[in-house]
Design a protein. Structure first.
Length: 184
């Protein structure tokens, strides 16, 4: 099972493989962060991490004396204690770029390409700049909706906007993948 992020190159070559992202798991298999493939290889070679899943299709990384597969996910061999992690929740403040990235630049009303965001509850009515109140919106839908709620404008949201939890989502995918490989 492979997971490709928007920032990864479409076709891997010897010139661009270092720009792909690799998921780093704690020793407990908890998702920590995504790092560059170059940094992941350094961690693997230093004996700090082990590969959990190789990238598909297989992409070998070669040196004079060694060949390893480009990993999709690595796991740290020693547990890293994180004292405080800021959790993003639905009522956290959101940014334009963050909302567009969360919604993959798709309009929440018609699924067309979106370059702006819309306040579901309009700002003029006290609508906050939070993850649950902002949705990507194309210019025509934003104009039609104007300063009204979706209900007042006769528009329906295609999905409920929520705070992004990309690492938690990846964590669930990894647990499913690991459960499937152990059962086989």
């Amino acid at each position: 099972m492979t997971f490709h992020r928007a920032t990864d190159p479409v076709v891997l070559t010897v010139d661009n493989w270092i720009h792909t992202r690799v998921l780093v798991l704690n020793a407990s298999y908890e998702a920590l962060d995504e790092i560059t493939a170059e940094r992941a290889v350094v961690l693997l070679m230093g004996g700090v991490a082990e590969p959990v899943a190789d990238r598909e299709p297989h992409f070998p990384i070669r040196s004079k004396n060694l060949e390893i597969a480009l990993p999709e996910t690595i796991r740290l061999l020693r547990y890293v204690y994180l004292e405080h992690r800021v959790r993003v929740h639905d009522e956290s403040r959101a940014t334009l770029a963050g909302v567009l990235r969360r919604d993959s630049h798709r309009c929440g009303y018609c699924a067309a390409w979106a370059r702006t965001v819309d306040h579901i509850r309009p700002r003029s009515r006290g609508g906050p700049n939070t993850w649950s109140n902002l949705i990507a919106c194309c210019a025509p839908c934003n104009t039609i909706k104007a300063d009204r709620t979706p209900e007042e404008a006769g528009m329906r949201l295609l999905w409920e906007p929520k705070a992004p939890h990309h690492l938690e989502k990846r964590q669930r995918q990894i647990w499913k993948q690991l459960a499937g490989t152990r059962a086989a």
